[in-house]
Design a protein around this ligand. Structure first.
Ligand SMILES: Nc1ncnc2c1ncn2[C@@H]1O[C@H](COP(=O)(O)OP(=O)(O)OP(=O)(O)O)[C@@H](O)[C@H]1O
Length: 300
Protein backbone atom coordinates (compact mmCIF):
# COMPACT_ATOMS: atom_id res chain seq x y z
CA UNK A 1 0.00 0.00 0.00
CA UNK A 2 1.24 3.48 -0.69
CA UNK A 3 0.52 6.92 0.68
CA UNK A 4 -2.75 6.07 2.46
CA UNK A 5 -4.53 9.05 3.96
CA UNK A 6 -7.78 8.86 5.84
CA UNK A 7 -9.50 11.45 8.01
CA UNK A 8 -12.39 10.81 10.39
CA UNK A 9 -13.80 14.21 11.33
CA UNK A 10 -10.97 15.94 13.17
CA UNK A 11 -8.77 12.82 13.36
CA UNK A 12 -6.13 12.07 10.76
CA UNK A 13 -6.26 8.27 11.18
CA UNK A 14 -3.86 7.57 8.29
CA UNK A 15 -1.25 10.13 7.33
CA UNK A 16 0.71 8.70 4.42
CA UNK A 17 0.82 5.05 5.55
CA UNK A 18 3.05 3.08 3.13
CA UNK A 19 4.57 -0.36 3.43
CA UNK A 20 4.61 -3.75 1.71
CA UNK A 21 4.02 -7.10 3.40
CA UNK A 22 6.55 -9.70 2.28
CA UNK A 23 5.74 -13.30 1.49
CA UNK A 24 7.10 -16.12 3.66
CA UNK A 25 7.38 -13.81 6.66
CA UNK A 26 5.35 -12.99 9.72
CA UNK A 27 5.23 -9.19 9.94
CA UNK A 28 4.31 -7.68 13.31
CA UNK A 29 2.24 -4.50 12.96
CA UNK A 30 2.72 -2.50 16.13
CA UNK A 31 2.03 0.91 17.58
CA UNK A 32 0.03 2.56 20.36
CA UNK A 33 -3.77 2.77 20.55
CA UNK A 34 -5.14 4.89 17.76
CA UNK A 35 -1.97 4.63 15.61
CA UNK A 36 -3.99 3.47 12.60
CA UNK A 37 -3.40 -0.28 12.53
CA UNK A 38 -7.04 -1.39 12.29
CA UNK A 39 -7.86 1.40 9.86
CA UNK A 40 -5.01 0.26 7.59
CA UNK A 41 -6.33 -3.31 7.61
CA UNK A 42 -9.88 -2.16 6.91
CA UNK A 43 -8.66 -0.05 4.01
CA UNK A 44 -6.70 -2.98 2.53
CA UNK A 45 -9.90 -5.06 2.71
CA UNK A 46 -11.97 -2.34 1.07
CA UNK A 47 -14.12 -1.87 4.20
CA UNK A 48 -13.10 1.78 4.49
CA UNK A 49 -12.48 4.20 1.66
CA UNK A 50 -9.31 6.31 1.75
CA UNK A 51 -9.05 10.01 0.95
CA UNK A 52 -5.77 9.37 -0.86
CA UNK A 53 -3.43 6.50 -1.72
CA UNK A 54 -3.74 2.93 -2.94
CA UNK A 55 -3.92 -0.44 -1.20
CA UNK A 56 -3.55 -3.46 -3.47
CA UNK A 57 -3.67 -7.22 -3.02
CA UNK A 58 -1.89 -9.14 -5.78
CA UNK A 59 -1.81 -5.86 -7.68
CA UNK A 60 -5.58 -5.24 -7.48
CA UNK A 61 -7.99 -3.56 -5.07
CA UNK A 62 -9.51 -6.19 -2.73
CA UNK A 63 -13.05 -5.28 -3.77
CA UNK A 64 -12.34 -6.07 -7.39
CA UNK A 65 -11.24 -9.64 -6.63
CA UNK A 66 -13.76 -12.24 -7.78
CA UNK A 67 -13.01 -14.72 -4.95
CA UNK A 68 -11.36 -12.50 -2.34
CA UNK A 69 -10.96 -15.27 0.29
CA UNK A 70 -8.65 -17.09 -2.12
CA UNK A 71 -6.36 -14.05 -2.18
CA UNK A 72 -6.45 -12.73 1.38
CA UNK A 73 -7.92 -13.97 4.64
CA UNK A 74 -8.46 -11.73 7.63
CA UNK A 75 -9.55 -11.62 11.23
CA UNK A 76 -10.59 -8.12 12.20
CA UNK A 77 -13.26 -8.56 14.85
CA UNK A 78 -13.65 -11.96 16.49
CA UNK A 79 -16.95 -10.83 18.02
CA UNK A 80 -18.71 -10.50 14.65
CA UNK A 81 -20.51 -13.86 14.72
CA UNK A 82 -24.12 -15.01 14.75
CA UNK A 83 -24.44 -16.40 18.32
CA UNK A 84 -27.10 -19.04 17.45
CA UNK A 85 -25.05 -20.51 14.60
CA UNK A 86 -22.53 -23.29 15.17
CA UNK A 87 -18.91 -22.72 14.17
CA UNK A 88 -19.23 -25.32 11.43
CA UNK A 89 -22.38 -23.74 10.01
CA UNK A 90 -20.75 -20.30 10.10
CA UNK A 91 -17.86 -21.64 8.03
CA UNK A 92 -20.15 -23.65 5.71
CA UNK A 93 -22.11 -20.50 4.94
CA UNK A 94 -18.90 -18.57 4.28
CA UNK A 95 -17.47 -21.37 2.10
CA UNK A 96 -20.69 -21.58 0.11
CA UNK A 97 -20.77 -17.81 -0.49
CA UNK A 98 -17.25 -18.00 -1.92
CA UNK A 99 -17.64 -21.16 -3.97
CA UNK A 100 -15.25 -23.11 -1.72
CA UNK A 101 -15.58 -26.86 -1.17
CA UNK A 102 -17.11 -28.23 2.08
CA UNK A 103 -13.99 -30.25 2.76
CA UNK A 104 -12.12 -26.96 3.42
CA UNK A 105 -14.46 -26.30 6.34
CA UNK A 106 -13.45 -29.45 8.20
CA UNK A 107 -9.80 -28.93 7.27
CA UNK A 108 -9.60 -25.43 8.76
CA UNK A 109 -11.58 -26.46 11.86
CA UNK A 110 -9.00 -29.18 12.42
CA UNK A 111 -6.11 -26.79 11.72
CA UNK A 112 -7.15 -24.33 14.44
CA UNK A 113 -7.99 -27.06 16.96
CA UNK A 114 -11.75 -26.46 17.10
CA UNK A 115 -12.94 -29.93 16.05
CA UNK A 116 -14.43 -30.86 19.47
CA UNK A 117 -16.42 -27.59 19.63
CA UNK A 118 -17.31 -27.24 15.93
CA UNK A 119 -20.97 -28.23 16.36
CA UNK A 120 -21.56 -25.92 19.32
CA UNK A 121 -23.24 -22.53 19.00
CA UNK A 122 -20.71 -19.71 18.92
CA UNK A 123 -22.74 -17.73 21.46
CA UNK A 124 -21.15 -19.93 24.15
CA UNK A 125 -17.61 -19.55 22.82
CA UNK A 126 -14.82 -17.90 24.84
CA UNK A 127 -12.94 -15.04 23.18
CA UNK A 128 -10.01 -17.39 22.55
CA UNK A 129 -12.32 -19.84 20.72
CA UNK A 130 -13.77 -17.00 18.67
CA UNK A 131 -10.25 -15.99 17.69
CA UNK A 132 -9.60 -19.55 16.52
CA UNK A 133 -12.83 -19.56 14.55
CA UNK A 134 -11.91 -16.20 12.99
CA UNK A 135 -8.57 -17.64 11.94
CA UNK A 136 -10.29 -20.71 10.51
CA UNK A 137 -12.45 -18.36 8.42
CA UNK A 138 -9.36 -16.46 7.29
CA UNK A 139 -7.79 -19.73 6.11
CA UNK A 140 -10.84 -21.09 4.25
CA UNK A 141 -9.73 -19.98 0.80
CA UNK A 142 -6.12 -21.13 1.47
CA UNK A 143 -4.98 -17.58 0.71
CA UNK A 144 -1.35 -16.48 0.29
CA UNK A 145 -2.04 -13.36 2.39
CA UNK A 146 -3.33 -13.43 5.97
CA UNK A 147 -4.14 -10.34 8.06
CA UNK A 148 -4.97 -10.70 11.73
CA UNK A 149 -5.90 -7.79 14.01
CA UNK A 150 -4.79 -8.60 17.56
CA UNK A 151 -5.27 -12.36 17.32
CA UNK A 152 -3.67 -12.88 20.75
CA UNK A 153 -6.48 -10.96 22.43
CA UNK A 154 -8.34 -13.12 24.93
CA UNK A 155 -5.99 -16.08 24.48
CA UNK A 156 -4.83 -17.97 27.58
CA UNK A 157 -1.11 -18.80 27.91
CA UNK A 158 -1.54 -22.13 26.12
CA UNK A 159 -3.48 -20.38 23.36
CA UNK A 160 -0.71 -17.80 22.99
CA UNK A 161 1.92 -20.52 22.61
CA UNK A 162 -0.31 -22.26 20.04
CA UNK A 163 -0.90 -19.00 18.16
CA UNK A 164 2.82 -18.24 17.99
CA UNK A 165 3.60 -21.64 16.47
CA UNK A 166 0.63 -21.40 14.15
CA UNK A 167 1.64 -17.98 12.80
CA UNK A 168 5.18 -19.20 12.27
CA UNK A 169 3.87 -22.21 10.34
CA UNK A 170 1.77 -19.94 8.10
CA UNK A 171 4.89 -17.90 7.31
CA UNK A 172 6.92 -21.07 6.73
CA UNK A 173 4.31 -22.16 4.18
CA UNK A 174 5.33 -19.07 2.19
CA UNK A 175 2.34 -16.88 3.06
CA UNK A 176 2.48 -13.16 3.82
CA UNK A 177 1.25 -12.80 7.39
CA UNK A 178 0.45 -9.39 8.91
CA UNK A 179 -0.34 -9.47 12.63
CA UNK A 180 -1.17 -6.45 14.74
CA UNK A 181 -0.44 -6.54 18.45
CA UNK A 182 0.15 -4.28 21.43
CA UNK A 183 2.48 -6.59 23.26
CA UNK A 184 6.00 -7.18 22.02
CA UNK A 185 6.19 -10.29 24.19
CA UNK A 186 3.49 -11.87 21.99
CA UNK A 187 5.52 -11.20 18.87
CA UNK A 188 8.87 -12.21 20.36
CA UNK A 189 10.07 -15.33 18.56
CA UNK A 190 7.08 -15.10 16.20
CA UNK A 191 7.55 -12.09 13.93
CA UNK A 192 10.36 -12.03 11.37
CA UNK A 193 9.71 -8.42 10.47
CA UNK A 194 8.27 -5.41 12.28
CA UNK A 195 6.35 -2.42 10.96
CA UNK A 196 5.96 0.13 13.76
CA UNK A 197 3.43 2.90 13.26
CA UNK A 198 2.40 6.04 15.11
CA UNK A 199 -0.17 8.68 14.26
CA UNK A 200 -1.08 7.14 10.94
CA UNK A 201 2.38 6.69 9.47
CA UNK A 202 5.23 4.18 9.44
CA UNK A 203 7.98 4.92 11.98
CA UNK A 204 10.08 1.86 11.23
CA UNK A 205 10.02 -1.07 8.83
CA UNK A 206 12.79 -3.51 9.66
CA UNK A 207 13.69 -7.15 10.20
CA UNK A 208 13.40 -8.33 13.81
CA UNK A 209 16.91 -9.83 13.66
CA UNK A 210 18.36 -6.43 12.69
CA UNK A 211 16.36 -4.63 15.36
CA UNK A 212 17.50 -6.99 18.08
CA UNK A 213 21.11 -6.95 16.87
CA UNK A 214 21.13 -3.13 16.89
CA UNK A 215 19.54 -2.95 20.34
CA UNK A 216 21.92 -5.60 21.70
CA UNK A 217 25.07 -4.09 20.22
CA UNK A 218 27.98 -3.65 22.63
CA UNK A 219 25.76 -4.33 25.62
CA UNK A 220 27.07 -6.65 28.28
CA UNK A 221 24.88 -8.26 30.94
CA UNK A 222 26.21 -8.77 34.47
CA UNK A 223 24.33 -11.16 36.73
CA UNK A 224 24.81 -9.95 40.31
CA UNK A 225 23.08 -9.79 43.70
CA UNK A 226 24.70 -6.35 44.19
CA UNK A 227 23.10 -4.36 41.37
CA UNK A 228 23.54 -0.98 43.10
CA UNK A 229 27.26 -1.52 43.74
CA UNK A 230 27.82 -2.87 40.21
CA UNK A 231 25.97 0.11 38.75
CA UNK A 232 28.13 2.53 40.75
CA UNK A 233 31.41 0.86 39.73
CA UNK A 234 30.56 0.53 36.04
CA UNK A 235 29.08 4.02 35.67
CA UNK A 236 32.11 5.38 37.51
CA UNK A 237 34.22 3.79 34.77
CA UNK A 238 32.20 5.57 32.07
CA UNK A 239 29.69 2.85 31.05
CA UNK A 240 26.04 3.55 30.33
CA UNK A 241 24.32 1.26 32.83
CA UNK A 242 20.76 -0.02 33.13
CA UNK A 243 19.19 -2.52 35.54
CA UNK A 244 16.53 -4.42 33.57
CA UNK A 245 15.83 -6.87 36.43
CA UNK A 246 16.54 -7.37 40.14
CA UNK A 247 19.63 -9.51 39.48
CA UNK A 248 21.03 -8.06 36.26
CA UNK A 249 22.69 -4.85 35.14
CA UNK A 250 23.59 -4.13 31.55
CA UNK A 251 26.53 -1.96 30.58
CA UNK A 252 27.39 -0.33 27.28
CA UNK A 253 30.78 1.13 26.45
CA UNK A 254 33.11 -1.24 28.36
CA UNK A 255 34.52 -4.56 27.15
CA UNK A 256 33.48 -7.71 29.08
CA UNK A 257 37.01 -8.51 30.32
CA UNK A 258 37.41 -4.95 31.63
CA UNK A 259 34.07 -5.32 33.45
CA UNK A 260 35.34 -8.49 35.15
CA UNK A 261 38.54 -6.69 36.22
CA UNK A 262 36.62 -3.68 37.55
CA UNK A 263 34.10 -5.75 39.53
CA UNK A 264 36.79 -8.03 40.98
CA UNK A 265 38.94 -5.01 41.88
CA UNK A 266 36.03 -3.41 43.76
CA UNK A 267 34.89 -6.61 45.49
CA UNK A 268 31.48 -6.59 43.79
CA UNK A 269 30.14 -10.18 43.62
CA UNK A 270 28.80 -11.45 40.29
CA UNK A 271 27.95 -14.85 38.84
CA UNK A 272 28.02 -14.18 35.10
CA UNK A 273 29.19 -11.64 32.52
CA UNK A 274 27.81 -12.23 29.03
CA UNK A 275 26.83 -10.50 25.81
CA UNK A 276 23.31 -9.14 26.28
CA UNK A 277 20.54 -10.07 23.84
CA UNK A 278 17.88 -7.37 23.82
CA UNK A 279 14.23 -8.36 23.96
CA UNK A 280 11.93 -7.31 21.16
CA UNK A 281 10.35 -4.86 23.57
CA UNK A 282 13.71 -3.17 24.23
CA UNK A 283 14.41 -3.13 20.50
CA UNK A 284 11.02 -1.57 19.82
CA UNK A 285 11.48 1.12 22.47
CA UNK A 286 14.91 1.96 21.08
CA UNK A 287 13.53 2.05 17.58
CA UNK A 288 10.76 4.45 18.41
CA UNK A 289 12.70 6.61 20.88
CA UNK A 290 13.68 9.13 18.23
CA UNK A 291 10.13 9.49 16.98
CA UNK A 292 9.05 12.33 19.24
CA UNK A 293 5.47 12.31 18.02
CA UNK A 294 5.16 8.68 18.91
CA UNK A 295 5.56 9.31 22.62
CA UNK A 296 3.03 12.10 22.70
CA UNK A 297 -0.44 11.25 23.96
CA UNK A 298 -2.59 10.07 21.08
CA UNK A 299 -6.10 11.57 21.23
CA UNK A 300 -8.89 9.04 20.76
N1 LIG B 1 -15.06 4.67 12.35
C1 LIG B 1 -14.35 5.63 12.93
N2 LIG B 1 -14.88 6.84 13.19
C2 LIG B 1 -14.16 7.83 13.74
N3 LIG B 1 -12.86 7.72 14.09
C3 LIG B 1 -12.26 6.53 13.88
C4 LIG B 1 -12.97 5.44 13.28
N4 LIG B 1 -12.10 4.39 13.17
C5 LIG B 1 -10.92 4.82 13.69
N5 LIG B 1 -11.02 6.11 14.10
C6 LIG B 1 -9.92 6.91 14.67
O1 LIG B 1 -8.80 6.75 13.83
C7 LIG B 1 -7.60 6.62 14.60
C8 LIG B 1 -6.91 5.32 14.25
O2 LIG B 1 -7.67 4.24 14.80
P1 LIG B 1 -7.31 2.70 14.60
O3 LIG B 1 -8.41 1.93 15.22
O4 LIG B 1 -6.97 2.45 13.20
O5 LIG B 1 -6.00 2.56 15.48
P2 LIG B 1 -5.29 1.25 16.01
O6 LIG B 1 -3.83 1.46 15.81
O7 LIG B 1 -5.90 0.04 15.41
O8 LIG B 1 -5.64 1.32 17.55
P3 LIG B 1 -5.85 0.15 18.62
O9 LIG B 1 -4.48 -0.32 18.94
O10 LIG B 1 -6.48 0.85 19.76
O11 LIG B 1 -6.72 -0.89 18.01
C9 LIG B 1 -8.02 6.75 16.06
O12 LIG B 1 -7.82 8.08 16.47
C10 LIG B 1 -9.48 6.38 16.02
O13 LIG B 1 -10.17 7.02 17.07
Amino acid sequence: MAGLRKRYGGTQALDGMSFAVRSGLVTGFVGPNGAGKSTTMRVILGLDAVDEGTALIDGRPYRSLRHPLKHAGSLLDAGALHPARTARNHLLWLAHSQGLPVRRVDEVIEQVGLTPAARRKTGGYSLGMRQRLGIAAALLGDPPIIMLDEPFNGMDPEGIVWMRGFLRSLGAQGRSVLVSSHLMSELQDTADHLVAVGRGKVLADSSVADLIATASRNRVAVRTTATAAATAVLSGAGAVVAAPSHDTVTATGIAPNHIVTLLNGSGVPFSEVSAHRATLEQAYLELTRSAVEFRAEVPR
